[in-house]
Design a protein around this ligand. Structure first.
Ligand SMILES: [Zn+2]
Length: 104
């Protein structure tokens, strides 16, 4: 496993990244996301990970606008990927039909 150095690297970035967030920011996100992982449809009400939408290692910040709540599998799979480089293992099923039709 390369977890060792990844964690070290991330903690370095964590120290230098700008921004802060608090419990109320997380609570607001939970409400906004309806208790569902931002990337897939798993419920995250009982357990969630705070994901940096733009990874800290790619210049992201700790400001709430860069945070998303994600399930453990999505957060672990996304790691340092940019949002557009990341495909959730479980795709969203709640895309409105109208949009689905446009995509086809
Ligand atoms: Zn997920």
């Amino acid at each position: 496993m390369r977890d060792g150095w990844v964690e070290l690297d991330e903690s370095d970035k964590r120290r230098t990244a700008q921004g802060t967030y608090g419990k109320h920011d997380i609570a607001a996100l939970m409400t906004k996301q309806n208790g569902i992982c931002f990337y897939c449809d798993r419920s995250i009400r009982r357990r969630y990970h705070v994901d940096h939408f733009i990874p800290l290692s790619r210049g992201g910040t700790h400001w709430p606008k860069n945070l998303r709540l994600a399930c453990q599998p999505c957060n672990a799979a996304k790691r340092d990927l940019m949002p557009w480089e990341f495909t959730p293992q479980v795709k969203r099923y709640r895309i409105p039909n109208a949009i689905n039709k446009e995509l086809r």
